[in-house]
Design a protein around this ligand. Structure first.
Ligand SMILES: NC(=O)c1ccc[n+]([C@@H]2O[C@H](COP(=O)([O-])OP(=O)(O)OC[C@H]3O[C@@H](n4cnc5c(N)ncnc54)[C@H](OP(=O)(O)O)[C@@H]3O)[C@@H](O)[C@H]2O)c1
Length: 335
């Protein structure tokens, strides 16, 4: 190929919020695939809060990204050259392709995407964030009709799907989000029963108003003060699903634990974390059910798309200042 590859590398480990100098944008020749490998042209790169953790050198569920390495990231794209018999040029695939225009990867690490499914859905409600909403709510939360499901980060990729599945299961869905526009979208378009803008008013009072029967499931995407406040509103036998804690990902000092945790004892409640990678063997069934709900109009998806790989470092910050609504993607190449 005559075209060069453009890559975004990790240049240094961020202190607090990542800054431009933590990344390096580099042009390189495209790597030819060896036997068993596939060359993929990226179309959409998923930006995820977890990336902030991968940039830090601390013990986690995966090794940190090395300095000078291509930023790790899930993406969807199109096969250009295949030296794996399972793939042909033109196939649409997804995998950990990284922050680059072209990825040369092992065929065994790629998922072939069904034709006819828009890539934005494959990267959103049918991708990792949809899977997190589905298994976090249904497996860990175990909702029952009539219960109240409260979800923070409600207008984000995971949270917006959590609330819609809660409605499908006959629950009262209450979303917490950071702007009135986001709250209106959740109530008017997605059918949430109530919402709370955590940036205005008294959080506890507002949550009590929105959850008059208390909280049976709290799906936590943000941690910190919102988790602590939600703990004061849980019912007996409540389930708290720890999906993430974005309010703490850029902390530069030790993060205090939730001070209201004894509410778990008083209410015989349970708080449990999960990692979506543990559910991979059940993704197919979840995608089939979510796909059905999307077709029936019971789940709506929204993507927030930033153009151009070179804008990815700046776009990542949108997750932390709340300027994304729905699934944040970077369009790396043409559809
Ligand atoms: N456990 C797993 O396997 C798994 C898998 C995928 C994702 N996750 C986690 O799920 C969570 C949501 O991920 P996502 O991809 O769906 O992101 P997202 O919700 O689409 O985007 C992040 C949102 O978090 C909110 N936020 C940012 N800083 C905040 C703060 N200090 N306090 C309260 N809210 C804040 C912002 O919305 P507002 O405008 O509402 O502030 C922002 O739009 C993250 O914690 C992520 O790490 C976990």
């Amino acid at each position: 190929m005559t075209e060069n590859n453009l890559q975004v590398l990790l240049a240094s480990r961020p202190e607090g919020l990542p800054k431009g100098s933590d990344f390096e944008i580099k042009e390189q020749p495209i790597e030819d695939p060896a036997e068993g490998e596939v060359l993929v042209r990226l179309i959409y790169l998923s930006l995820d809060p977890a990336m902030r953790g991968w940039m830090s050198d601390r013990k986690s569920y995966v090794a940190p990204i090395g300095i000078g390495e291509v930023m790790r990231g899930l993406a969807a794209g199109e096969v250009v050259v295949s030296r794996d018999e399972r793939f042909s040029p033109g196939d649409r695939v997804a995998g950990l392709l990284g922050w680059q225009r072209f990825a040369t990867v092992q065929g065994k690490d790629l998922e072939k995407l069904p034709s006819g499914v828009p890539l934005t859905l494959a990267m959103g409600p049918l991708g990792m964030t949809g899977m997190s909403a589905y298994f976090g709510l249904l497996d860990i939360g175990q909702p029952k009709a009539g219960e109240t499901v409260l979800v923070s980060g409600g207008a984000g990729a995971v949270g917006s799907v959590v609330g819609q599945i809660a409605r499908i299961k006959g629950c009262r869905a209450v979303g917490i989000a950071g702007s009135d526009d986001k709250c209106r979208w959740l109530e008017d378009d997605l059918g949430f029963d109530a919402t709370v803008n955590y940036k205005t008013g008294n959080l506890r009072d507002e949550l009590k108003r929105a959850c008059p029967n208390g909280v049976d499931i709290y799906f936590d995407n943000v941690g910190g003060e919102i988790l602590d406040t939600a703990l004061t509103l849980i019912n007996r036998g409540a389930r708290i699903v720890i999906c993430g804690a974005i309010s703490q990902y850029n902390a530069t000092t030790p993060v205090p634990g939730p001070s209201n945790y004894l509410s778990l004892l008083v209410n015989r409640a349970r708080m449990e974390g999960f990692l979506i990678f543990d559910y991979q063997d059940r993704f197919g069934a979840a995608q089939a059910e979510l796909g059905q709900w999307i077709q029936e109009g019971k789940i709506q998806a929204r993507s927030d798309i930033v153009e151009g790989l070179e804008n990815a470092p700046q776009a990542l910050l949108r997750l932390f200042d709340g300027s994304n609504t729905g699934k944040l993607l970077v369009q790396v190449g043409a559809e």
